[in-house]
Ligand binder design. Structure first.
Ligand SMILES: CC(C)(COP(=O)(O)OP(=O)(O)OC[C@H]1O[C@@H](n2cnc3c(N)ncnc32)[C@H](O)[C@@H]1OP(=O)(O)O)[C@@H](O)C(=O)NCCC(=O)NCCS
Length: 180
């Protein structure tokens, strides 16, 4: 897992910040987001400014072997109840389909449960997003029902500190299958 690194987007240079906007606007990413609007340069700048002040969001760029390939974020971080929503994508298409998402998710779980000592991680995934749902099921996320947001059916999936203690070692082995 050492070849995967997370770095705060606020430390990135302007070109890289812009690359994140371009990834986010790509059809193959956007179609799996609840908000599928195109993000303008201006909106992206304002969002980055707000991020500096907002401790309820952590937004990391994911590096694989020192190359930026995607993002992972925590949002709606609740420091009282120790819960957070999360999301991610691999922006560089050529790095999809080779198992890297498992390494990324495992690293996030390590940070969230072992370092931050939080209790519950949840995600809202479009019900049509078969790849992500398979991944989360493989990682023992539990489905907590289906609802509609912005006219789209979504599943709520959660993973707790107890799940982490129980599955940590099994999941670690799952992550060793990437081959690039
Ligand atoms: C979701 C995403 C990060 C997964 O990364 P990936 O590189 O495509 O997936 P991986 O190669 O790491 O595979 C991880 C698991 O996903 C599932 N999966 C991968 N490709 C799949 C496919 N074509 N069909 C069904 N399930 C698939 C499998 O469970 C796989 O585990 P396995 O290979 O051990 O069986 C990536 O596809 C992506 O960025 N998608 C667009 C944005 C997105 O959907 N983000 C999530 C929003 S909730």
């Amino acid at each position: 897992m050492d070849d995967i690194e997370f770095k705060d987007i606020l430390e990135a240079d302007e070109n890289l910040k812009e690359k994140i906007r371009q990834w986010r606007n790509k059809e193959d990413i956007r179609k799996f987001m609840i908000n599928q609007e195109i993000i303008s340069e201006d909106e992206h700048k304002k969002w980055l400014e707000k991020l500096k002040e907002d401790d309820r969001i952590k937004f990391w760029i994911v590096y694989f072997k020192e190359l930026p390939i995607g993002i992972v974020n925590l949002q709606n971080i609740d420091y009282k109840n120790l819960t957070s929503e999360w999301g991610f994508y691999i922006g560089e298409e050529s790095y999809r389909g080779i198992g890297l998402s498992k390494k990324i998710l495992y690293k996030l779980l390590q940070i969230f449960f072992d370092e931050m000592k939080f209790n519950t991680l949840y995600t809202k995934v479009l019900s049509c997003n078969e790849i992500a749902i398979n991944l989360y099921r493989k990682f023992k996320f539990r489905e907590k029902g289906e609802t509609i947001e912005e006219n789209k059916p979504i599943k709520l999936m959660i993973f707790t500190q107890e799940d982490w203690s129980r599955w940590k070692e099994v999941l670690k082995n799952e992550c060793l299958t990437s081959n690039k």
